[in-house]
Structure formats: structure tokens, C-alpha cells
Design a protein around this ligand. Structure first.
Ligand code: C2E
Ligand code: CA
Ligand code: CA
Ligand code: CA
Length: 275
């Protein structure tokens, strides 16, 4: 109420936001305990040969009624409430177990795992991932860790030291959503990273928007010049794939090649996919 007989409504009001966050938080906590969190895998292909080179693990929350809640509806809340730490552990553990299974079957697929800013700054993060590798008898070089540009820019010197430790363990490291953060390009010099991942917002418009095309070409050239692997995500059609390949991207990922799928569907995709 704005006093007297006037009313103002806010949609959504601050209180609604707080309540919603609270609601999602308790639901998510229960979902983690009840095993409602799973991973999907989305293929990445070599831009030239179009052969599969690995996948990205993407978290999925399937409620007991079968409904899927998309990550954009719970990852931000998990970030704000700290639940991203236990959630990140579940994700990491599941990806590692899946990699063990696939390696046991003779595939040696590189799996990319998303790591949030919160996880990266957690003082025991490196220790925890090392413990998981040792417990499961798995190898760091089966994985690429995708860290957003935003997470890295928060505290560059701390990020450099964590990334150095992860690299020493044998992980590959990618900068995700490249081009969307407040980047100072100079940080690229000090980061021992392997991969730049071009954000899908640039890829989406690449066919008809010459500015997006210029940005994509520049990022690809920058990555090349620094000796990095360049990946474009969000590729939805042949024309985009061709423009990105021509721009110098090494790998492509997107619905055009394969959507995120559960492990069984991903295996089936691998068995039937023809470039
Ligand atoms: P991201 O890491 O940038 O992942 C790419 C997103 O683009 C994924 O959305 C993927 O499903 C979607 N995508 C892939 N190909 C296409 C395409 O051709 N067209 C379009 N329009 N979209 C495509 P998703 O799975 O909904 O995940 C959204 C975001 O949630 C991710 O963005 C990432 O930031 C976060 N996320 C997902 N899984 C995890 C996780 O395990 N841990 C953390 N910390 N964050 C995660
Ligand atoms: Ca990612
Ligand atoms: Ca991304
Ligand atoms: Ca993104």
C-alpha cells in the first residue's frame, strides 16, 4: 500500500522474489537428497571432420512428477544460496562416474563440466576434486572444466592460482561464455587455459548480423593466436556451422549436431550419428 487509498503493485515484488528463492531453495535441497538431479550430455564435434570429440555435461532436475526444471530456474538460486556447492559436488561426481563407465567400455570421451564462480572460490575445491578422482580411480585428463569469464574476472589472481592447480592435476580448462564478461583481454596472457568457448548469443545472430560475425571471427583469431582451442556453442543449422568453421572455430556444439541427452540416448546418438 502506498498510503491513503492508493495502491502500487510490483510484479514481481521484492518479497515475492525472496519467497520464491526460499521456495526453490528448499525444493532443490530435497531434490538433491531424493536423487532428482541428473546429467545430460551434449556432443561437441570437430568443425572440419564433424566427428564427435566429447560432450558437455548439463545438469537436469526432474521432479517426482516427471517435470523438468531448466537450469536457468534453479542455478541462479543455487548460486545465491550457496546450494551450488553441494549441487556442484553431485554434478562432478556423476560426471566422473559416467566417465569411468565410458572409459571401461573403451571410449575415452572428454567430458566438459561446468564449474560455478562459487565452487571456484571455495578454499577446498581443488582438494575435493582430487579426492573424488582418487576415490573413483579416474583421471583428470578425461575432463575439461568450463569456467565462466565472469567467475574468472571476479578475482583474477586467485583464479589464476586455482586454474594453475587444476592444470597441474591434468584437467583441461575452458573459459565459458567468452565475450560476455567485463573482459580485460590481458588476463588471457596469465591464464594457463586450453579453450575459449564463444557464447551462443554471438553464434545465434551470425548469419544475418555482420557485427556478430565480426566478433566471432575476432575471438577465433584471438584464440588461434594464443594457441587455444576455440569452441562455438549454440549451433543450430548448417549455415552457422559453415560460417563458424570458416571463421576458424575448432569445435562446434549445438542442436544441429545433437541436443543434450541422457547417458543412454547419448550412447545411442554416438552409435548412429553420421557426419
Ligand atoms: P552454458 O554452460 O552456456 O550451456 C549452454 C546452454 O545452451 C545449455 O543450456 C544448452 O542446453 C544450451 N544449448 C545447447 N545447444 C543449443 C542450441 O543449439 N541452441 C540453443 N538455443 N541453446 C543451446 P542449459 O542446459 O539450459 O543450461 C543453461 C546454463 O545453466 C548453462 O549455460 C550453465 O551456465 C548452467 N549450467 C548447466 N549445467 C550446469 C552445471 O552442471 N553446473 C553449473 N554450475 N552450471 C550449469
Ligand atoms: Ca558451459
Ligand atoms: Ca556457454
Ligand atoms: Ca551461458
Amino acid at each position: 500500500s502506498a498510503g491513503k487509498n492508493r495502491m502500487r503493485s510490483f510484479t514481481p515484488g521484492l518479497q515475492d522474489v525472496v519467497q520464491l528463492r526460499h521456495h526453490v531453495q528448499s525444493k532443490l535441497r530435497r531434490a538433491m537428497a531424493d536423487g532428482e538431479i541428473q546429467l545430460n550430455y551434449q556432443p561437441k564435434v570437430d568443425s572440419i571432420t564433424r566427428l564427435p570429440v566429447g560432450s558437455e555435461a548439463l545438469v537436469r532436475w526432474q521432479t517426482s512428477t516427471g517435470e523438468f526444471i531448466p537450469p536457468c530456474n534453479f542455478i541462479p538460486v543455487a548460486e545465491q544460496t550457496g546450494l551450488i556447492l553441494p549441487l556442484g559436488e553431485i554434478v562432478f561426481e556423476q560426471a566422473v562416474l559416467q566417465a569411468c563407465q565410458w572409459n571401461g567400455q573403451g571410449n575415452s570421451p572428454l567430458i566438459a563440466i561446468n564449474i560455478s564462480a562459487h565452487q571456484l572460490r571455495h578454499p577446498r575445491f581443488v582438494e575435493q576434486v582430487l579426492a573424488t578422482l582418487e576415490r573413483t580411480n579416474s583421471q583428470a585428463d578425461w575432463f575439461e572444466l568450463e569456467i565462466t569469464e565472469y567467475a574468472v574476472m571476479e578475482d583474477v589472481s586467485y583464479a589464476v592460482s586455482v586454474i594453475n592447480q587444476l592444470k597441474q592435476l591434468g584437467f583441461r580448462v575452458a573459459i565459458d561464455d567468452f565475450g560476455t564478461g567485463y573482459s580485460s583481454l590481458s588476463y588471457l596472457k596469465s591464464f594457463p587455459i586450453d579453450t575459449l568457448k564463444i557464447d551462443l548469443s554471438f553464434v545465434r545472430d551470425v548469419i544475418w548480423d555482420s557485427q556478430s560475425r565480426a566478433i566471432v571471427r575476432s575471438i577465433a583469431a584471438l584464440g588461434k593466436g594464443l594457441g587455444l582451442n576455440v569452441v562455438a556453442e549454440g549451433v543450430e543449422c548448417e549455415e552457422q556451422a559453415d560460417i563458424l568453421t570458416e571463421a576458424g572455430c575448432d569445435q562446434l556444439q549445438g542442436y544441429y549436431f545433437g541436443k543434450p541427452m541422457n547417458a543412454a540416448a547419448y550412447e545411442q546418438w554416438l552409435g548412429t550419428y553420421r557426419p
